[in-house]
Design a protein around this ligand. Structure first.
Ligand code: ZN
Length: 149
């Protein structure tokens, strides 16, 4: 039995979704075997139904990852600089205590590696990092709330 291309075109979506009867499927396959036009139609169905859903999901997935990564990078950067400056300040003050300092007769404080000002500098850096860290966390939180509402 030969079916016209019009009939096959009507059947193709059903055939593609595998919801037509076995008999119809056989007829469609028989027709597809020697009709390149209808094979093209089936290929179009494949592309139309599959590619948009996959790419949409993929794009969303990538967006989520890149957003998370961007946020995490900023937060972890400030967190790392907090840790390093706190550690550096601690080292400065501990080594200052270990090395000690001399008070010259004229009242000036002599300490070999300028540990106190450097220590305070690191404390300042720590405070700045802390502020930025909290700021980035706050921004991330606000963005999340905006998305929800
Ligand atoms: Zn055909």
């Amino acid at each position: 039995m030969k079916l016209s291309c019009e009939v096959i075109k009507d059947l193709l979506p059903l055939y593609y979704d595998k919801v037509c009867s076995k008999e119809s499927a056989l007829l469609v396959e028989e027709h597809l075997a020697d009709c390149p036009q209808c094979r093209d139609e089936l290929q179009k169905l494949n592309m139309h139904l599959e590619s948009p859903t996959i790419s949409n999901q993929e794009v969303k997935f990538m967006e989520n990852i890149s957003e998370k990564w961007k946020k995490d990078k900023r937060v972890s950067f400030t967190r790392g600089s907090m840790l390093i400056s706190a550690l550096a300040a601690l080292i400065c003050f501990v080594s200052y205590n270990l090395i000690g300092s001399k008070l010259l007769p004229d009242g000036t404080l002599v300490e070999p590696f300028a540990l106190i000002p450097i220590g305070y500098l690191f404390i300042l850096l720590f405070i700045i990092s802390l502020i930025f860290n909290l700021l980035f966390l706050l921004i991330a939180k606000l963005k999340k709330n905006n998305k929800k509402s």
